[in-house]
Design a protein around this ligand. Sequence first.
Ligand code: KE4
Length: 430
Amino acid sequence: MANRIVNSEKLFQRARQVIPGGVNSPVRAAKAVGAVPLFITRAEGSRIYDADGQSYLDYVGSWGPMILGHAHPQVLEAVIQAAGRGTSYGAPTEIEVELAEEIVSRMPAIGQVRLVNSGTEATMSAVRLARGFTGRSLLVKFDGCYHGHGDSFLVKAGSGLATLGIPGSPGVPEEIASLTLSLPYNDLQAVSDLFRAQGPRIAAVIVEPVAGNMGVVLPQPGFLAGLREITARYQSLLIFDEVITGFRVARGGAQEYYGLQPDLTCLGKIIGGGLPVGAYGGRKDIMAQIAPEGPIYQAGTLSGNPLAAAAGLATLRILSETGLYERLEEQSAFFFERLKDLARAQNLPLQVTRLGSMGSIFFSREEIRDFASVQKASAEAYARFYRAMRERGVYLAPSAFEALFISLAHSREDLEKTLAAAEESFREIR
Ligand code: KE4
């Protein structure tokens, strides 16, 4: 039975009168998957509910923050308690110190951390800091990686740009775009060649240690360690953009999982528990250059907001409970392995990538190792799969260039229901 989406359609029409594209972030518009975006009224645990009263098993998880599932009682309680004390003071508070201490305790590479309001603010600030600290201008990123919508990053970027097929963005002056050099992900030789030619001009390499914005693409063995070695050799900084992977793929993020120490780390999503929080941090000698201690300026009216800090702190503390990452790993391994089996049983060419509870599927026969191989996968098949799954009460990312997230709220029964829907959907889209 086709899901009724009468109210979502009405709301979408209304939204488009007053908001560009009817959404406050492009990828939500579901344009690339040929669907009307669902307007959500509430969410709880593993489920979200749309404006027509239909519920869906949610694998978007607000694009990563909802690792505990939606409306976790302890997170809600922390926010409600904080709200009762006022919503913002524009002054330091103990709770932002506690959140900073939690982050520092999990990532030894972070000697000091500055809280901001989004992942974009975190990466923009980290790059300004890297340029100020090194006195250099060039930035290296990787095709298909997305680091937020800061001018320096909108070069061959992933996420919404890849979804909409726009490599960059008007409005970014050539003078700025030309300072960003983008290389193929996993191509260490290209990095080595570039540094041989331009190393003394390169301020930093920024990388998603596990790419999550071209679909999930894993680093090949030696890639991240190679970046660490090359940047150190040329006194450039290595920035891990862990906005997605931070506290997602391991208790200490991808840097713990891969046993590497970047010079700077960018965080977001999970550390806000669904409220607006981003952060950047790293070596104390570098962070000391940030105002007011040093000359490099970065600021924010709502940075460290007490409600957002309360949600993030509650989330990280719950994640500290023993066994939760093991449970996520067990659930995620089960789910993605079964997905592969279902596709194989129908001779459907499907690539599945995963680290921990973030993963992706690609309708392709080719191994997925970089943006070029991702682009050979069928986005059209993904769009059909997205619609077929939504009809069956499963809410996936409305883009072939995003990740699928398992949360601690997804029960084995939820996963089994999703796999049953996938089996039918694979058959339907053939
Ligand atoms: P925000 O400014 O959206 O909080 O964070 C930017 C950002 C930075 N770095 C990485 C690795 C990211 O994934 C993101 C944002 N992620 C996208 C989805 N993959 C946000 C979704 C959206 O744009 O609506």
